[in-house]
Design a protein around this ligand. Sequence first.
Ligand SMILES: C[S@@+](CC[C@H](N)C(=O)[O-])C[C@H]1O[C@@H](n2cnc3c(N)ncnc32)[C@H](O)[C@@H]1O
Length: 265
Amino acid sequence: MDDNQKKNIEFYDQKYQFLDAEVNGILKRLNKLDVFLADATSTDTSWVGLYQDNFQKKIVGKKVLELGCGDCANAAIMAALGAEVYANDISSKSGEIITKVNELYKFTQPIVFIEGDFLTADFKEKEFDYVVGKAFLHHLTHNIERKFFSKICELLAPTGESRFFEPAVNSRILDEIRWHIPVPGRPSKFSAKAFKLWKANDPHPERDNSSSHFRNLGLKYFRDVKIINLGTLERFHRLLPTSFNKRSFRKKAFVWEKKTSVHIK
Ligand SMILES: C[S@@+](CC[C@H](N)C(=O)[O-])C[C@H]1O[C@@H](n2cnc3c(N)ncnc32)[C@H](O)[C@@H]1O
């Protein structure tokens, strides 16, 4: 296991430590599944991204593997929608969340948690219709990411599809500006000492996260690759004052973006 993987375990074991709060949050969403999905898939970038192109309907009755399932909200939603869900994460906290959610919500098929690092995980089940990840790949070094893709190809059915939603960095200038604007939980680069301290515990490796990187990676392993850029306008909600209705702005931003095709490619 490399240092980056160790950092991810440490960071996410801590982030998901409040088991009851995580489980309650999931149950709330499951109990209002339609309302939650309609809102999230039109407002929250990662949900808008992953649920593109009728994903919600496509996974019904399908065997889906989610990598880096994290807080397990998406794994639970997919299971409630009627998919046969297998979920994997390097943090054992995700497994604890799934055990509890399986106990408290009557899925037609309980979620199966596959413990630990995906590359060394033992998959008895193969032939997945979908292998998906939400905000996940950018946590891997490029070297490990290639090994992941190789293994995904082994596990996917011949007609299978893999989809990932990732925060892409397609403009170095905008990215540099972003690091200088502090956001909750992350200091600005102008505060050099605090930034260095934050960086030492950050579970994101330094790597290329451009759309072209993901396209070239996909083309090495898959027949067809489709890159959908989205969220350029939505991102600006971070600059709005807290008094502003940010969710309303974000929802509108996706509508404007669709109409005007404002994307940084
Ligand atoms: C940004 S979180 C995303 C969580 C969730 N998918 C979401 O959308 O909220 C990234 C997740 O990837 C997991 N992860 C990082 N490296 C991993 C690896 N090598 N194998 C499996 N999971 C990993 C982390 O533990 C964390 O839960």
